[in-house]
Design a protein around this ligand. Structure first.
Ligand code: PAF
Length: 286
């Protein structure tokens, strides 16, 4: 496995792989890797000749400076895991290498077709601009055949699919295939997240209630022939009833348009909850 820190070296290595006719899988990450990331990497290693994993805490997607400063970082441990999974290249640039001064200071502009107006987009202004900025840059640098993203960040995945398949940029990505991989959960049900590293043992036990309430709501919706609104209300009430948890939003939306829906067909319930100071997200299909 080769650890690359500059765009120049990455472009050179990609050129060699392309000239040898090798397929390339890309797994973009912000590091602090866990079993969820490992599942994306395993899939890429199985599907492609070459796997590139980027490890880059992207400053342009953080609208909260404290969140950026506290984001867990451990490149040495990440590199060990990636090497054991059979990754070929780890790309870990500095922000200065990734972006020029103008890119760092001027918000990236992108038409999301409305997908950024709801949920995370509403709560974290500018967040998805930063995500699209870094992900599109990685796509131009790595020119992957396939790129892998977790379904935990459901809205992010929908936006990346929109960028690659439907937006004005779509012709620039060739035959790139976006592959969404299922949420990986701890045995307790808690969705794996790099942010879980910031939870104390007690907060972790509290956070388990998020997935518990979501799973129970699936059965409750069915048994009671409940409406979407009733399920939303119940989930918010039950999570907020647990000391230490505070729901920011819970919305059951159409899985493609991300717009509010009255039906459970193709519906996904997306939740954001504060567990102490840590902001956690999860989602469930109905
Ligand atoms: O999901 C993430 O970790 C990040 O948003 C991503 C896709 C790596 C872009 O920085």
């Amino acid at each position: 496995m080769l650890l690359i820190t500059t765009k120049k070296e990455l472009i050179e290595q990609v050129e060699i792989c392309k000239s040898e006719g090798k397929s390339i899988g890309l797994v973009p990450t912000m590091g602090a890797l866990h079993a969820g990331h490992a599942s994306l990497v395993r899939r890429s290693v199985a599907d492609n000749d070459i796997t590139v994993v980027s490890v880059f805490v992207n400053p342009t997607q953080f609208n909260n400076k404290e969140d950026l400063a506290k984001y867990p970082r451990n490149l040495e441990r990440d590199a060990e895991l990636l090497s054991s999974l059979g990754v070929d290249y780890v790309f870990a640039p500095t922000p200065e290498d990734m972006y020029d001064a103008e890119e760092m200071s001027k918000p990236f502009e992108f038409d999301f077709g409305g997908l950024d107006k709801v949920m995370e987009g509403k709560m974290r202004p500018g967040h998805f601009n930063g995500v699209v900025q870094v992900v599109s840059k990685l796509f131009y640098l790595v020119r992957p055949d396939r790129a892998y993203f977790g379904e935990k960040d459901f809205q992010q995945l929908a936006i990346i699919r929109y960028m690659v398949y439907r937006s004005a940029l779509k012709d620039t990505f060739g035959c790139l295939e976006i592959i969404g991989c299922p949420i990986v959960r701890e045995a307790s049900g808690l969705a794996m997240s790099s942010r879980n590293e910031r939870l104390s043992d007690e907060e972790k036990r509290t956070a388990v209630n998020i997935s518990r309430v979501l799973f129970e709501s699936q059965a409750w919706a069915k048994d009671n022939n409940a409406t979407v609104a009733a399920v939303e209300k119940r989930v918010v009430k039950e999570v907020n009833a647990i000391s230490g948890l505070e729901v920011e939003y819970y919305e059951i939306v159409d899985a493609d348009t991300l717009l509010p829906t009255q039906s459970f067909v193709n519906a996904v319930g997306c939740i954001t909850v504060y567990c102490g100071p840590v902001r956690l997200i999860d989602n469930i299909r109905y």
